[in-house]
Design a protein around this ligand. Structure first.
Ligand code: HEC
Length: 159
């Protein structure tokens, strides 16, 4: 081996070490991102139309399933402060947050209820599609003020 080939071999060696390091860092980064990514429903799920309009019936059915399957974590007021909430690694979502709820579509809520994400369980095999849409209709009611859509009272202070 003359000095030139030795130098080239050394360089290749370094190059392959850099390549291996790169792969390790990239794989680690991908795994990290996978676990810390935003919880985003796929576009097709976001655009799903809610086939069950929020009627008194659908909301009542949603309320019933909520109290058996969801209330423990999300709370009877939907504020994310159920009895189990404190023992969870991630705080349950607060459904009374009208701004946050305004940013997600019914399809997204349906998808999240169906698929879950640790520590929240998936409900796609526990509840029927109809039951999951009823839950979407019901949890939307938490963020609505009791007088939403009602004109301000006549005696409210005027500017
Ligand atoms: C074991 C506790 C637990 C139970 C039971 C549970 N959840 Fe959750 N839920 C969570 C947690 C924690 C999150 C936040 C997860 C995250 O952000 O990664 C969450 C998030 C959600 C979200 C996402 C809200 C958003 O804006 O992104 C919806 C919708 C939801 N839950 C609905 C339900 C419904 C409906 C039920 C019952 C059928 C239910 N959950 C049962 C713990 C729970």
């Amino acid at each position: 081996m003359n000095s030139e080939t030795r130098a080239r071999a050394g360089k290749n060696n370094l190059l392959s070490k850099v390549a291996v390091l790169f792969v390790i860092v990239a794989a680690g980064g991908a795994i990290f991102l996978y676990y810390h990514r935003d919880w985003n429903a796929p576009a097709a799920a976001k655009n799903l139309r809610n086939p069950l309009p929020a009627t008194d019936d659908s909301i009542a059915m949603g309320r019933m399933n909520y109290s058996t399957h969801c209330q423990n974590c999300h709370g009877d007021k939907g504020d994310g402060k159920g009895p189990r909430a404190d023992s969870l690694s991630i705080a349950p979502s607060d459904f009374t947050d009208a701004h946050a709820l305004g940013l997600v579509t019914d399809g997204e809520l349906f998808w999240k209820i169906s698929h879950g994400r640790r520590p929240m369980p998936a409900f796609q095999y526990k509840l029927t599609e109809t039951e999951r849409w009823q839950l979407v209709d019901f949890i939307r009611t938490f963020a609505q003020k009791p007088n939403a859509g009602v004109a301000p009272a006549a005696n409210s202070p005027s500017p």
